[in-house]
Ligand binder design. Structure first.
Ligand code: NAD
Ligand code: ZN
Length: 254
């Protein structure tokens, strides 16, 4: 059987429009816990309870106790080799865009240019009363309930369960899924919709699906063409190395 990394590399080398969808798993090696498949933060806070918009409206102070802990981790986190490998793939001209479900800003910090934040961003916050926007670095998150100068409660601009996906991000992502001839899915359990529908949409339009995850997901046996099992921070740099090798041998042979 062909080495799956070599197989994925050759699919990417021949691709015309590669798009990546990333999830919390890509940031685990940066120290940010994912919802599923990891312990720690989410043993303490049930994500479906704390990340639901109704919980935020009913008891913002309680939800801020989880947000504060998450911010303390993510504001100090650095991109890992998986983020850098995707940035390199864009630079090499293969990767056209990243659709990320993450709110940690690590793709941009790794140098990726076209990043669609499907679930919003933790880097800005909005006042629930006057809609004034704040940058996270201008907000004191150490108080029990961060507030606007008008006294209103501040909510991070991340999409909570029960909230709409920002319409522009949804439109752009659906267009990308339709255009992609290769769609790479990295570190997502593919259980949160509509994000999990994007690779299915791409497959229906004929795209090949490359999946990178520690564990099998519902996509693996249904639509995935090449499954690369392991840590994204190890697999993605190997994949980029393999693509570069192929490019060199193309030059050598010409
Ligand atoms: P998830 O938590 O449901 O699943 C994470 C997936 O990543 C699992 O399938 C797991 O097997 C895999 N994984 C774990 N470590 C990995 C590694 N080193 N390499 C490759 N794969 C690895 O994540 P999700 O599907 O993105 O859905 C969770 C939702 O929570 C998303 O909407 C996301 O916005 C949000 N979230 C974001 C962050 C962040 O911004 N970093 C962190 C936690 C949750
Ligand atoms: Zn306000």
């Amino acid at each position: 059987m062909k080495d799956p990394i070599k197989e994925a590399a050759s699919i990417i080398r021949e691709s015309k429009y590669l798009v990546a969808l990333t999830g919390a798993g890509i940031s685990v090696e940066s120290g940010i816990p994912a919802f599923r498949g990891s312990q720690g933060l989410w043993d303490k806070y049930d994500p479906f309870e704390y990340a639901h918009i109704s919980s935020f409206y009913n008891n913002p102070k309680k939800v801020w106790s989880m947000l504060r802990e998450l911010y303390r981790i993510s504001l100090n986190a650095k991109p890992n080799p998986a983020h850098y490998a995707l940035s390199r793939l864009e630079e090499m001209g293969f990767l056209k865009a990243i659709i990320t479900q993450n709110v940690d800003g690590l793709h941009q910090r790794a140098g990726s240019k076209r990043v669609i934040e499907f679930h919003g961003s933790g880097e800005t916050l909005t006042c629930l009363d006057c809609r004034k926007k704040y940058k996270i670095y201008d907000v004191d998150i150490n108080v029990p309930l961060p507030k606007c100068s008008c006294g209103g409660v501040l909510k991070p601009d991340i999409v909570f369960f029960g909230e709409m996906i920002p319409p522009e991000a949804l439109d752009e992502s659906m267009n990308l899924a339709r255009c992609a001839d290769v769609f790479m899915v990295v570190g997502t359990s593919a259980q949160v919709y509509p994000a999990a529908g994007l690779p299915i949409m791409a497959k229906e339009r004929g795209a090949r699906i490359i999946e990178i995850n520690l564990e099998l997901t519902q996509l693996t046996s249904s639509i995935t063409d090449v499954f690369l099992q392991g840590r994204a921070g190890e697999i993605l740099p190997l994949l980029v190395g393999e693509i570069l090798k192929g490019n060199r041998s193309k030059v050598d042979n010409s």
